[in-house]
Design a protein around this ligand. Structure first.
Ligand code: TXA
Ligand code: MG
Length: 347
């Protein structure tokens, strides 16, 4: 298959491109598109054939349900059986934006979307390109991240191309995503809503809006089975083993020593460290900038491109600096610990 490629201005996208790609989607074709979080691989949420193709193109296990993307709250009516009170508040305060909510499903939603569950995940993205594309398609759009299953999610069109070129019908290039990590997933079907995946809408923000929220135990502990089926796979994984390195204060000297010990064993080391430490670490290792230690938004944008870059560099081992587990840092650490299969070195 030849993948068609379109480049659009994210703030003023070419309407004819979106009309054409909307038509492709409605006809059951697959179109990758930008959102404010990561690129999504879109398919009509009502086309069973297209949904099956999504699983095939990504190599995704069939028990891993998809998120339906909408461009208007009124689209919810056809997709969910009820809207819990907490969800009503969050719809008002956080949509459009990087928050996916789990609702009891309507029977109109195909099993290929829900993975056979009695719930459905819905998100109203804030990205203008995404909104206009969904509107042009005229149907809810199922969209997992546009990566090959197991690879880091793509935050630009080049990364989508690396994974899916020749396997999907079209890619819309709308530049680099704003956030760089997937949306927060919140299960609103419970009395106390449960965060299944941390993201751009943080625990702190949710608590302020709706009071207590629970964290899926699998988010915190390595051996729990997660309730979002997709979180159980070793995701976001580069080829080389990853170790998260933590310590208190400035442990750059200890990190330099650890990196040197790998170099002495003849291993090619990749280091992902905060900007403040870059110059203090050995020349012989591949160093990538994680952003400023005090700004997890930079780390969120740098994480997936860095993991992909280490693959290209063919490093043997990756050492990544741990960040404080709060705010957006919690989402960064969640993805990083999964990439590391929870291997942590405390210095
Ligand atoms: O930011 C995002 O959410 C991106 C962009 C493209 O919108 N999409 C995304 O989709 O990350 P995906 O498929 O890579 O991740 C969806 C996650 C998976 O962990 C899946 O298991 C979970 O949401 N999920 C979907 N439906 C669910 C449901 N009914 N119950 C529990 N978890 C669900
Ligand atoms: Mg994904």
């Amino acid at each position: 298959m030849k993948t068609e490629y379109f480049s659009v201005n994210p703030h003023k996208p070419d309407e004819s491109v979106l009309a054409y790609c909307g038509k492709l989607l409605r006809a059951g074709k697959l179109v990758a598109f930008p959102t404010e979080t990561v690129y999504g691989l879109g398919a009509s949420g009502y086309s069973v054939e297209a949904l099956k193709e999504v699983y095939k193109a990504k190599g995704r296990p069939s028990d891993n349900p998809l998120i339906l993307h909408i461009s208007d709250e009124r689209m919810l009516g056809n997709l969910v059986a009820a809207v819990p009170e907490t969800a009503k508040i969050l719809i008002k305060e956080c949509w459009p934006g990087p928050l996916t909510m789990i609702f009891p499903r309507s029977q109109k939603v195909p099993n290929e979307v829900t993975g056979g569950l009695e719930t459905v995940a819905i998100r109203f993205p804030s990205s203008l390109v995404a909104q206009k594309l969904i509107r042009a398609a005229g149907v809810p759009i199922a969209a997992p991240s546009a990566n090959k299953s197991g690879r880091p999610s793509p935050i630009d069109a080049q990364a989508v191309k690396e994974d899916l070129d020749g396997k999907i019908d079209a890619i819309i290039d709308g530049g680099v995503c704003d956030i760089g990590l997937e949306s927060t997933v919140l299960d609103c079907t419970e009395q106390v809503p449960v965060i299944l995946r941390p993201g751009g809408i943080t625990v702190e923000m949710l608590t302020k809006l709706i009071g207590p929220v629970a964290l899926d135990p699998a988010m915190v502990k390595a051996n729990e089975v997660p309730r979002a089926p997709g979180m159980k796979y070793r995701h976001y994984a580069p080829k080389a083993p990853v170790f998260v390195v933590t310590g208190s204060g400035d442990f750059s000297a200890a990190l330099a020593e650890l990196a040197q010990s790998y170099v002495q064993q003849g291993r090619k080391v990749g280091l992902l460290v905060c900007r403040e430490w870059l110059s203090q670490l050995p020349q012989e290792v591949q160093k990538l900038d994680f952003g400023s230690f005090s700004d997890p938004a930079q780390a969120a944008l740098n994480l997936y491109p860095a993991l992909r870059h280490f693959d290209d560099l063919d490093v043997d081992v990756i050492l990544a600096q741990g960040l404080p587990d709060e705010g957006l840092g919690r989402a960064v650490m969640n993805r990083l610990l999964k990439a590391a299969a929870h291997q942590v070195i405390q210095l």
